[in-house]
Every structure is written in structure tokens, then in C-alpha cells.
Design a protein around this ligand. Structure first.
Ligand code: MG
Length: 344
């Protein structure tokens, strides 16, 4: 007998998380458990407050899904076709269902989701770790604490960025990625600013300008060879065509694109256009991070530290070490499960 449990949950961040959108101390998510009577699939939907989805809209969407029908479908593409008939939006709620269905179907097949897509797992994945935007003193403290990690993704906002970047470079030798979360404007792109980015050996810049401002992206790319990656500008498969030739790459997140299935389509489509791929995340538990890890062999950059930023992970499975490496669990499906008491 089919049984569906879906509950709201709040992930607490270990330190306040600052970006160009503001600072927050928690992210509301939903946790999903789908049982077909024999196997259980786990899913998660997470959206930061600046996207048009919240716990209630995710719960409402999931309430309207005919899971009986869904679990009788023979393919993930048929499941997605059905979900798209219910709404054009609700990407995080759809991602929760996509993850749970992948988990359950792979378990039925006795395999991992990685194997479902005929992918070879590496021994571990190297992920970036985020330094949230804060005062120079606080960012220095956080950088020192993470100084042994191989990649830091630094959240910047426009004003005071160069001093922050120079401070980080003075105490950190690893790879630096910048995420401006739409916070920059072309006015700040002086020769001095761009040469400071290059001097700090910035490896990539994510979503520098507000969504839709492709003209400014072209302007920046004329100034520098540093790759520019679309995040807020690239949510779904249909966004990619207009970004080719403007951005060097895209940041795919399961929560923006309805899950693993569409993410794999986006990867193929972007590759055909010569674009590089980052696999990113929202603030998420080990469920959604483990799900994303399943397709990590297909991408160039992994930014999967969402579960490192929280101190109340409701799930277990994957694990990580102090070197910024994350490891797959041996479990089937997505390789993670939600603690049963969460649903009591
Ligand atoms: Mg971003």
C-alpha cells in the first residue's frame, strides 16, 4: 500500500548566512517519504526566501499529486510529464518528488541512482565551501577556520568587495570562486577592480549582475578571461539557449530545475553549446545533497556544501572529511535516509 508522509522542517544555519539578498539564520524545507509498501524513497524541497516558493506552496502542491498513478509509471520522464501538467512552477516541490522517485526506483532496481544513469562514481567529490558575506573581521575569522579546504566560494555584494578579496587571499592559498548573487553593477567594473580579481587569481565569477542583464555580462567578459557562470539567470532547460555565447557556464541546482531528471537534460544541452557546468545547491539537508551527488560525475564544478552550513541535519548517508571531500554511501538509491523520528 502506498503511504506518503510530507512534513515541514526548518534547517538552522551554524552561523548567520549572508549574501547580496540579506542575511538569514534558517531555511524552511519540506521532507518527503514515499513508500510503495516495499521500498521507501526520500525527498526534500528547499527554497531560499527570494524564490517564489515556500513551505506551504510545496505542501499544497504535493497534496494534489496522485502518487498511486505516479508510482505505477514506468519511467522518470513519464513522471515529469505528469508533474508538469499540474503546474508550470513549483520547482522545489517537483524536485522533492523527483528525488523520492529516483530513490525508490533505484532501490527497486537494486542500484544507486548513479548506476541508473550509467555513471562511474569517483572515490570522492571535491566541493567548494561557502564564506558568507559579513564584516571583514567576521569573513577573516571564517576564512581562517576553513583555510585547509581546497575551494572557497566567497559571497560578495559590490561595495567593499576588493578589500574582502585581498584579505581572503592574504590568508588563503586555495581556489577562490566569487558569487555576487546579482549584487554588482557595471559602474564598479573599473580597471582597478578587474585587475584586483585577476591578481587574487579568482577562478570563476557567479551571477555578477541582476537577472536578465546579459549586456553587463558581455561587458565584463570583454574585460577578463575569468569564466562567468549563470545562477539566478539559469533555472530551467528552456533558459539555456539565450545564455550560450554570453555566459561561460551555468550553475544547475535541483531545486531550481525540478530535480535530477531535468538536470541531466540541462547538462547535455549546455555541453552542446560549449558551456561548463557547476552543480550547486540551496541550504539543504543530506537528502538533497546526496541526490545531487549522484550526477556529480557529469559536471566540472561541485558546490555541494549546503548540509555543511546547518547544525540540525535530519538525514544521514553521505559523509565528508576535513579536506572538503564528500564520499558516497554504499546504500542504494540516493544513498541517504531521513531519521524515522522526524516523521513522528
Ligand atoms: Mg549562486
Amino acid at each position: 500500500m502506498i503511504k506518503i508522509d510530507c512534513i515541514p522542517y526548518s534547517l538552522r544555519t551554524s552561523v548567520p548566512f549572508g549574501t547580496a539578498h540579506g542575511s538569514r539564520t534558517h531555511t524552511d524545507i519540506i521532507l518527503l517519504r514515499v513508500s510503495d509498501g516495499k521500498y521507501i524513497g526520500y525527498g526534500e524541497g528547499s527554497m531560499p526566501p527570494y524564490y517564489d516558493e515556500n513551505q506551504q506552496s510545496m505542501l499544497d502542491f504535493i497534496k494534489n499529486v496522485d502518487f498511486q498513478r505516479l508510482l505505477e509509471m514506468d519511467s522518470i520522464s513519464a513522471i515529469h510529464k505528469y508533474l508538469e501538467t499540474l503546474s508550470d512552477t513549483n520547482t522545489a516541490a517537483k524536485a522533492a518528488i523527483d528525488i523520492a522517485c529516483h530513490d525508490l526506483i533505484a532501490k527497486r532496481n537494486g542500484s544507486s541512482v548513479t548506476a541508473m544513469y550509467n555513471l562511474q562514481r569517483p572515490d570522492f567529490i571535491k566541493t567548494s565551501h561557502t564564506i558568507g558575506y559579513a564584516s571583514i573581521e567576521d569573513m577573516a575569522k571564517e576564512t581562517s577556520a576553513k583555510a585547509d579546504l581546497p575551494i572557497l566560494k566567497v559571497k560578495l555584494v559590490g561595495e567593499g568587495d576588493i578589500e574582502r578579496l585581498q584579505m581572503i587571499r592574504s590568508i588563503y592559498d586555495g581556489e577562490i570562486w566569487i558569487d555576487a548573487n546579482q549584487g554588482w553593477s557595471v559602474d564598479i567594473l573599473t580597471d582597478e577592480f578587474v585587475s584586483a580579481l585577476e591578481k587574487a587569481n579568482v577562478k570563476l565569477i557567479e551571477q555578477p549582475f541582476r537577472k536578465g542583464d546579459l549586456k553587463s555580462v558581455k561587458h565584463l567578459s570583454a574585460f577578463t578571461q575569468i569564466p562567468i557562470i549563470a545562477d539566478e539567470d539559469c533555472q530551467r532547460l528552456s533558459d539555456i539557449d539565450q545564455l550560450g555565447g554570453v555566459y561561460d557556464g551555468i550553475n544547475i541546482k535541483l531545486m531550481k530545475c525540478t530535480g535530477i531528471y531535468e538536470a541531466t537534460k540541462m547538462i547535455s544541452h549546455a555541453r552542446e553549446r560549449g558551456m561548463s557546468i557547476m552543480l550547486g545547491c540551496m541550504t539543504e539537508s543530506s537528502i538533497a545533497i546526496s541526490a545531487a551527488m549522484q550526477i556529480a560525475p557529469l559536471v566540472d564544478y561541485c558546490d555541494l556544501d549546503g548540509n555543511h552550513l546547518i547544525n540540525n541535519d535530519p538525514a544521514s548517508g553521505m559523509c565528508s572529511d576535513d579536506m572538503g571531500h564528500i564520499y558516497y554511501s554504499d546504500q542504494r538509491g540516493i544513498g541517504a535516509e531521513i531519521s524515522p523520528d522526524i516523521f513522528c
